[in-house]
Design a binder for this molecule. Structure first.
Ligand code: PLP
Length: 403
């Protein structure tokens, strides 16, 4: 199976931007959607639309089945032991916030939270806020000049008082793949801390098995794996999820209410207050079906070779500085053009039909560690092909002549 073949499944890729065929290299921000996802959502609204769980009629039963079958498919994608350990959220950000605020009642001023300087703000600021709220201390693992977690610093900062360790599976800014299994093993050997992994950038590019990784929580967004925006997942070990206090109340999360007090539903509903994003869950289920129907291994190998070609071509250009040289990298190439702002480079590329992202990529602590303000980021997905790389390289040559 080649990326050229699956490209045809993504209608948005077949368009002209400023008169040129679109080359979409902003996949770390969000991926385009295959027709099967769009069709599933439209069919849901055309035929099955009803509120879930609380009605006896046929449409409500169909909507409930559609949502719960999506949950089961998501559970299968990440090898969750059970579907009720999959909480539907609005995205990675909400999933992580749910854990950070849900655990606050267990943290005290002698406790410590360990994060890394490589994190997306969505896996940094919730912990910073949690520390401010609870008085716990926030320890931040430093980053090597090549853009990897400093493993010695990780080991040094991890201690008996560490209650939570949170880090990304793959960095959105540099593409660094973190050694999740090694990090989790280190944590287990030295503390009782809970481990949360931000899987936003890994979920499409890696087979994820939450049991093999032995993580307590794994968070990701639907829109990064060909699903709709406003969908996401929080996986948790049962014991971890049971420790969390819900922070939103009402709807299906309720078990019983009196004038004085309330009790809450079982997992996962206790964390899904209000009418959920049913059509979103349907779209996410269709995205999981789409991905599992692909020969993902061969597509990922192609994607890796496109990244190697891109790095090779950029390295041969004068005035280009690659940012991050991780030993294991996925999906992302970040760089700077000496003497030019990333924004100017991005604008000139856009005029040639190339979509890249520029700026700090919601990773300001990382940019501060590296002593830069931002980068130009080209990020790849399974539908990118050799023509995209050739067009990007040509456009870069032309851009360099304008700067
Ligand atoms: N974590 C990482 C590593 C990300 O790349 C992103 C989005 O780019 C997020 C968290 C936040 O995801 P969302 O905006 O879908 O909640």
């Amino acid at each position: 199976m080649s990326s050229r073949i699956i490209r045809a499944d993504f209608p948005a890729l077949a368009q002209l931007i400023h008169g040129q065929p679109l080359v979409y290299l902003d996949n770390a921000a969000t991926t385009q959607k295959p027709r099967s996802v769009l069709d599933a959502m439209q069919r849901y609204y055309l035929e099955d639309n009803a509120n879930v769980h609380r009605a006896a009629h046929t449409l409500a039963a169909r909507a409930t089945d559609a949502m719960e079958s999506a949950r089961a498919r998501v559970a299968g994608l990440i090898s969750s032991p059970a579907a009720d350990q999959i909480v539907f959220t609005r995205g990675t950000t909400e999933s992580i916030n749910m854990v950070a605020s849900g655990l606050s009642h267990r943290l005290h001023s002698r406790d410590r939270i360990l994060v890394t300087a490589l994190e997306h703000h969505s896996n940094f600021v919730p912990w910073q806020q949690c520390a401010l709220r609870t008085g716990a201390h926030l320890d931040v693992v430093t980053v090597t000049p090549g853009g990897e977690i400093d493993l010695d610093d990780f080991r040094n900062k991890l201690c008996q008082e560490t209650r939570i360790v949170a880090f990304a599976h793959v960095s959105n800014a540099l593409g660094t793949v973190h050694p999740v299994h090694e990090l989790v093993t280190t944590v287990r050997a030295r503390s009782d801390a809970l481990v949360l992994v931000d899987g936003a950038q890994a979920i499409l590019h890696l087979p994820v098995d939450v049991q093999a990784l032995d993580v307590d929580f794994y968070a990701f967004s639907g829109h990064k794996l060909f699903g709709p925006t406003g969908t996401g997942v929080l996986y948790g070990k049962r014991a971890g999820l049971e420790m969390l206090r819900p922070s939103q109340f009402g709807g299906e999360m309720i078990e019983h209410v009196t004038l004085d007090s309330s009790t809450f539903n079982t997992l996962p509903y206790r964390f899904e207050a209000g009418t959920p994003n049913i059509a979103g869950a349907v779209g996410l289920g269709a995205a999981v079906d789409y991905i599992t129907g692909l020969e993902r291994d061969s597509l990922l190998r192609q994607e890796e070779s496109l990244i190697d070609d891109t790095i090779c071509a950029l390295t041969a250009m004068n005035g280009i500085r690659l940012i991050g040289t991780p030993t294991q990298r996925l999906g992302v190439v970040s760089f700077l053009v000496e003497g030019s702002s990333p924004h100017d480079v991005g604008t000139l590329l856009d005029q040639q039909g190339i979509a890249v992202r520029t700026g700090h990529h919601c990773a300001m602590p990382l940019m501060q560690s590296l002593g830069i303000g931002g980068t130009v980021r080209a990020s790849f997905s399974l539908y990118n092909d050799q023509t995209d790389v050739e067009r990007f390289v040509q456009a870069m040559h032309k851009t360099l002549t304008f700067l």
